[in-house]
Design a protein around this ligand. Structure first.
Ligand SMILES: [Cu+2]
Length: 243
């Protein structure tokens, strides 16, 4: 009798320990995944200023500005990269952008990096913007030479999503370099002649969660230049919340 009670309580304790281990494993995994996907910087909110008349009626006109930098020092010199610790190419000051729903969004990118060839010429085209165009240093274009790209801003949804589709691709014109890899001055006063200014607009639908990334392989050689920076949130990829 005593034996059977004690073995029953032993197996109850064993069961409890098993459950506790299970809970610990699940919460540790959850915590790790959560911290890996946490925003590396503060969110950047688009500011609304006036309205824009569009085929979909008068929409709030929202503005948002980001920079694209070749390294941490250039990012910091331009007020970006405060929370970044890797000396990598990077977008800034934020990689989680918040845009208003049903709005005409004008995005300005000041871009300071050099570059090479795209591995997929598709991303050299402007896709999903108003009129299918962007301006580069004030000149309207529908794409750029795929050998002259520094990075891309490619905004998209997730395949399983039920929210409104949103796809924008903008290739960013590289800054030319001399044969010692020094940046050559540009003609763009908006970047103090150190980069290019890229402006484009697109129209948001309803609320949703989207992601963006760079489609120019700018990482290290781990896998076809898709290693390092291309695999870490907060530099060449991030989130877009339409709220
Ligand atoms: Cu990139």
């Amino acid at each position: 009798m005593t034996t059977s009670t004690s073995s029953r309580s032993k197996s109850a304790i064993g069961g409890l320990i098993f459950v506790l281990i299970g809970v610990t494993v699940v919460s540790t995994v959850g915590f790790v995944l959560h911290s890996l996907s946490a925003d590396p910087q503060k969110k950047l909110y688009a500011t609304v200023n006036g309205t824009m008349s569009t085929p979909q009626g008068n929409l709030p006109h929202a503005f948002i500005t980001e920079g694209v930098y070749p390294d941490l020092a250039t990012a910091r010199a331009n007020g970006s990269g405060a929370n970044n610790n890797k000396d990598w190419v990077q977008y800034g000051p934020a990689t989680h952008l918040v845009l208003p729903q049903h709005a005409y969004v004008t995005m300005t990118l000041h871009v300071y990096d050099s570059g090479e060839n795209l591995n997929n010429a598709y991303f050299g085209k402007v896709v999903g913007t108003v009129n299918g165009t962007m301006t580069v240093d004030g000149q309207e274009v529908t794409g750029i030479d795929p050998t002259q790209v520094q990075h891309t801003f490619t905004l998209h949804g997730l395949p399983t999503s039920t929210q409104d589709p949103l796809f924008v691709n903008v290739p960013l014109q590289r800054v030319a370099t001399d044969d010692q890899d020094n940046f050559l001055p540009t003609k763009d006063a908006g970047t103090n002649f150190k980069g290019h200014t890229v402006v484009f607009s697109f129209i948001t639908g309803g609320k949703g969660e989207y992601v963006w990334n760079c489609e120019y392989p700018c990482g290290d050689g781990t896998y076809q230049k898709f290693g390092a920076v291309m695999g870490q949130l907060g530099y060449m990829s991030g989130k877009v919340t339409v709220a």
